[in-house]
Design a protein around this ligand. Sequence first.
Ligand code: SF4
Ligand code: SF3
Length: 537
Amino acid sequence: MFCYQCEETLNGKGCTKKGICGKDEETANLIDLLIYLCKGISVRNVPAMENGAGNPDAGKFIMDSLFTTLTNVNFDKDRYYQLISEAIAIRDKIPKAAGSEHDACTWKPKDKSEVEEKAKLVGVLLTENEDVRSLRELLVYGLKGVSAYYHHAAILGFTDDEIPAFVQKGLASTLKDLSVDEMTGLVLECGGVGVKTLELLDRAHTTTFGKPEITTVKTTVRDRPGILITGHDLLDLKMLLEQTKGTGVDVYTHGEMLPAHGYPAFKGIENLVGNYGRSWWHQKEEFESFNGPVLITTNCIVPPKDSYKDRVYTTSVVGYPGLKHIKADEKGHKDFSALIEQAKKCSPPEAVGNESDLITGCAHDAVLALAGPVTDAIKNGAIRRFIVMAGCDGRHREREYYTEFAKALPADTVILTAGCAKYRYNSLGLGDIGGIPRVLDAGQCNDSYSLVVIAKALAEAFGVDINELPVSYNIAWYEQKAVLVLLALLNLGIKNITIGPVLPAFVSPAVLDVLVKNFGLGKNSTVEEDLKKMVPQ
Ligand code: SF4
Ligand code: SF3
């Protein structure tokens, strides 16, 4: 195996024997083969679609497969064997492309052992040139981000054929010998498609669940059994709340589900108690002390401990060997009665964390409703600067930097955040500036689009270019959705973004050089240095 798609990759180079995330060698190889076959499907389907002979279902299959392979989504080998068979079946129904075809379009196994053998040969290192590999993988990881966000919009009925079409064009391109300029162009185009996908998802969420409102969320527990829901899927939360109503079972959000509390659709629900715990990587302790069933709707899943494994359920693209999986029926309905019945036999959750209230729901509509006070505060100097600190959280000690940075920010600065990165500073009690919270949490990483809307609106209000605003970017990344958000920001022309806690291992020195020269992209440094750079006196 060789995997270097996330920030925690071994020694900042690549996981080669087992993933730090817990992914084993066979699973990592099967993931490589699934992606290889998705590329093969795309090579056939792109020209076939142009001739009206394409397989319209291939796009959905590819995007759900890419989401499945994102870090901390699915560790279940059986699921990958099944997806590999489906990929071959889908591919073989699409007419062959003209001329001789790539191996990814024609390879077919006789049995499972051939699948296992092939899976060892088609990984990232198949591309020998380091810079070509870097650009291809940067594109594939961006496409994984597009696929994840698109999945969330699509299950709410919001689709756009151009998005899966681009994902297939991008995948197919990685099997071709393209020039550096062509590859770079596709990477940046992927960022543009990312903006479009995030906008679609924003529309899907706000149309379905209402426009988020600035909301205070409790982190205390009640004396009744509960179900904990984590991940990003708000539709699962909606179904769970409908089914737990009147059962005496409470529901708590965890990790990236915290922003749900800001949506009108989830307000005033008696058994939606609050948020429990922090970001994804604390789940070993937090799932233990929660005592009740846990529903994992998307990334990030951490390999569970035996002590609580029997009360963890996965759904949708998530999977882990031995965990119970809840499938949707043909109408998309999910039956959570097994969790509810199990919860009734469990003890109530034990308190965790410092139990301070959290503020969320500061998405674009809520913040722009404050446009007057915000622009006034900027004009009269009450707000000196905004720092965009969106992105992911992770286990590495270096991430304490983000807590220290937030603490060290002067009192006339405001943090704009989205994603689970916020757990590094959302319970610090940083206060407000004339009623404007100093940590404006726009929501999940899925809601990063809000930050773009806010920045664009401010640029318009002040009649300046987006890069002339008093805004700095200090972004924390971990998985591939964050890669896409970064590409989206670059596509919007945003310069001088700082990322951390380390640079992606898949960005080669030459590719980094291009990003530095064209966009001023840089790595974070010390709190003192970065404060000087990002909050000029
Ligand atoms: Fe390693 Fe990250 Fe890949 Fe897991 S996802 S195998 S931790 S690089
Ligand atoms: Fe977090 Fe996994 Fe990226 Fe949605 S839950 S931001 S890491």
